[in-house]
Design a protein around this ligand. Sequence first.
Ligand SMILES: Nc1ncnc2c1ncn2[C@@H]1O[C@H](COP(=O)(O)OP(=O)(O)OP(=O)(O)O)[C@@H](O)[C@H]1O
Ligand SMILES: [Mg+2]
Length: 490
Amino acid sequence: MALIDIRSLTFEYPGSLEPIFHDLDLQLDTDWKLGFIGRNGYGKTTFLKLLMDEYSYQGTITKPLPMTYFPFSISNYNVMTLDLLETLQADFELWRLQREMNLLEVGEETLYRSFSTLSGGEQTKILLALLFAEEERFLLIDEPTNHLDTHGREVVAKYLESKKGFILVSHDREFINSIVDHILTIEKSKVVLQRGTYDTWEQNKNLEDQYELEQNQKLRKELRRLKQSAREKAVWSDKVEAAKTGSGPVDRGYIGHMSAKMAKRSKAINKRYKETVDEKEKLLKNIETIDKLQMNVLNHHAKQYVNAEDFTIAYGSGHVFEPIQFVVEKGDCLVFKGGNGSGKTSIIKAILGKDVPWQGRLAIAKGITISYVPQKFHSVNGNINDFVDEEQLDKTKFFTMLIKLGFTRNQFEIPIENFSMGQKKKIFLAKSICEEAHLFVWDEPLNYIDVISRIQIENMILEYSPTMILVEHDRRFIDKVATDIIELSK
Ligand SMILES: Nc1ncnc2c1ncn2[C@@H]1O[C@H](COP(=O)(O)OP(=O)(O)OP(=O)(O)O)[C@@H](O)[C@H]1O
Ligand SMILES: [Mg+2]
């Protein structure tokens, strides 16, 4: 056991309005399997890069071991895999790499193929094997699941569970839950470390939120009472003021004295009111609220929105998967699962009327409006305002959605290219949620998306029952929202 010792760490990106870390003290044990979660853009990747000494910062970070960051930055994919690995990490021993690859269920022959020909899942597994091929290192593993299918996630989860000495950033609850023994979270105003796993964190968070919500409720009641009493006092002192200038046998001196006293009291009440508001604001800071999302689901008269029979995709000679049948009716949420390359995105494209070679029967109800979130999103120039103009979005609606998804107003001004991956993905997801449509077609919508937003999206789907076709690998999500699951087999 050794300690990574972080003292008074302060860091902000040049030109940004607020620091990402302020005076952070943290001690981490190099024997831990540390899960690292937090909303998109809160600074998880930044923290790992600080540990890698990629940026200059204030404070000190003492590291007892050298560290390696995953994913590696790779400039050329068109080289033999083994050659590529040697450029990434010079001094590993081949037998060790092979041992790790074996545990991760990747064939050795992949080492002698061009890296560009490997599937996303194979690439991820080989690079993970490389991380663990060298000993005496502390590993910083940043979102390894994005290219892994359900089976791949299970294999990698079992693998990482058997290892130790790493920080793992992941938004996949099932995945992270089965691996880690400690959890680090970045919240709005603090970084919190606790023993346990994702479920422990979620339970604690629910309890804490419940407590803080109750506190807030109490405060709100008190605020109401204070407001009411401030109003009554004001009315009373107005009346007294009016009486002072009115006619009749009154003791003006006495009333003037009372009125001044009331004004003083009213001031004191206002002060107390303000203090209570401040206190409430401080409290609110610590709640990472799971705001409700709204969506506009259009109603179509057709009962069946999509109907497919004997349907398959055929590139060249063979079928990509065994022919399937499916029907999507109003309110259904159909989820396609399947390994890398099993044809999920191709089905989506066929449904969208894009040019893919499909066979069989595929009927889409006439006049259906589809809202689509692609798996791979295109890069966007400019800031969010430019995006709103370009896509002709309803600005208020779109901004409200982004804020509920965890953005701050400051971020609307910065170039989108500086956004974290999750923040970029959220722009496209938010756009679709704001759109009015009959059918929502989302291809791996949760890649890069943080845990809180996953919960928000689940709740929204359960509340609005939109008609949906999804490709997704997040098991907890599928368990909650799917009305039908189709597993593609080759
Ligand atoms: N070069 C930069 N200049 C200015 N701001 C930046 C820059 N790089 C990142 N940021 C901002 O810093 C914040 C933290 O980014 P970071 O990539 O660390 O987030 P993250 O927690 O890893 O998010 P995700 O879960 O989406 O991966 C974000 O709000 C991002 O917009
Ligand atoms: Mg990140």
